[in-house]
Design a protein around this ligand. Structure first.
Ligand code: PHE
Length: 340
């Protein structure tokens, strides 16, 4: 009676162990069959009612069933563990033979690129490329450029003053002063560099930007020389012939002074948002060097004359690449920089 019960219990347990689909189902079988209050424990208890002559035999059968079911459970548990391990290895598998992302090479900042292009162009034309300090004396930034202390033109540029009386240069024009002292007449020079103005920052204004100064001093220099020089530069930058016009403009260090406009390259002069529908874009202030500036540079204005221009390098880069917010250039934002 008990023996038959044991046999059918063992058979159904064996069956359930093999059929269990999850570790949880398997654990339930373990509890129901082998647990402290499980079916086998119940049979152990019932052994008390077995006639003494049958007890040893049934006890043996009971132990054998226990051992066998334990082993079956364990092997099924091992199968589940192996499955889980495989699933994990599959999901965390890493193909070490895939090509690597590789190094991300750096690129030159668009301002640096245009600056280098222009330096090469002018060097090939026999023009010296000069450098000046970003912290300038008041004399070089203003006085020597015909802007005395009480001159209203000092207010044209909002200056960052330092406590020692020097300033952050507000333009590259002080390099004209250095160039005259260094090279003497005749001279041809450009001076690209960073300049600073104490300005409210917005999409078209920055406190820090780049200019490229140009100056040529020789005998009988005229506006025609200046125009040739500047058109050569613009052709190089934009890769096409650009139409220019001169408007009168005031700067204390040139006389006469001009604003050079170019015909809008976006609309060809018919009017668009970039040229504010005027067809022309203001690009480069310029003029013939003021006699006072030559004189203060130790050059006799009776013997020599010259022209100078101040190209807004930052503005130019924005036009060439169609950048509509000046702040991007100094943002350090890699999403922006990687495009160049
Ligand atoms: N230095 C002037 C400025 O930054 C520009 C300029 C340069 C004008 C040379 C005339 C000649 O405003």
């Amino acid at each position: 009676m008990l023996e038959a019960q044991l046999q059918s219990l063992a058979a159904s347990a064996r069956q359930r162990i093999l059929a269990s689909a999850t570790p949880e189902q398997l654990q339930a079988v373990r509890v129901e069959v082998l647990g402290r209050k499980g079916a086998l424990a119940q049979i152990s208890k019932d052994m008390a009612n077995v006639p003494p002559q049958d007890r040893a035999r049934i006890g043996k059968l009971l132990n054998a069933a226990k051992t066998e079911l334990e082993a079956a459970l364990e092997s099924r548990e091992n199968e589940f563990a192996a499955q889980a391990l495989h699933a994990r290895l599959d999901s965390e598998w890493l193909d070490v033979t895939l090509p690597a992302t590789g190094p991300r090479p750096g690129a030159l900042h668009p301002i640096t690129r245009i600056q280098q292009e222009l330096e090469e162009l002018f060097l090939s034309m026999g023009v010296a490329v000069l450098d000046g300090p970003e912290v300038e004396s008041e004399y070089n930034n203003f006085d020597a450029l015909n802007i005395p202390p009480d001159h209203p033109a000092r207010d044209m540029q909002d200056t960052f003053w330092l406590t020692d009386g020097c300033c952050l240069r507000t333009h590259t024009s002080p390099v004209q002063v250095r160039g005259m002292a260094k090279l003497g007449p005749p001279l041809r020079m450009i001076a690209p560099g960073r300049v600073f103005r104490n300005e409210e920052v917005d999409p078209s204004h920055e406190h820090t930007f780049y200019q490229l100064e140009g100056m040529m001093v020789d005998r009988n220099i005229s506006i025609a020389h200046m125009l040739y020089f500047m058109k050569t530069l613009l052709r190089r930058i934009f890769g096409c012939e650009v139409t220019v016009r001169l408007r009168p403009g005031y700067f204390p260090f040139v006389e006469p002074g001009f604003e050079l406009d170019i015909q809008c390259l976006i609309c060809g002069g018919s009017g668009c948002p970039v040229c504010k529908h005027g067809g022309w874009v203001e690009l480069m202030p310029c003029g013939l060097v003021h006699p006072n500036v030559l004189r203060m540079g130790g050059i006799d204005p009776e013997q020599w004359s010259g022209f100078a221009f101040g190209l807004g390098l930052t503005r130019l880069v924005m036009m060439r690449y169609g950048i509509d917010d000046i702040r991007l250039l100094q943002s350090g934002d890699l999403r922006f920089l990687r495009q160049f």
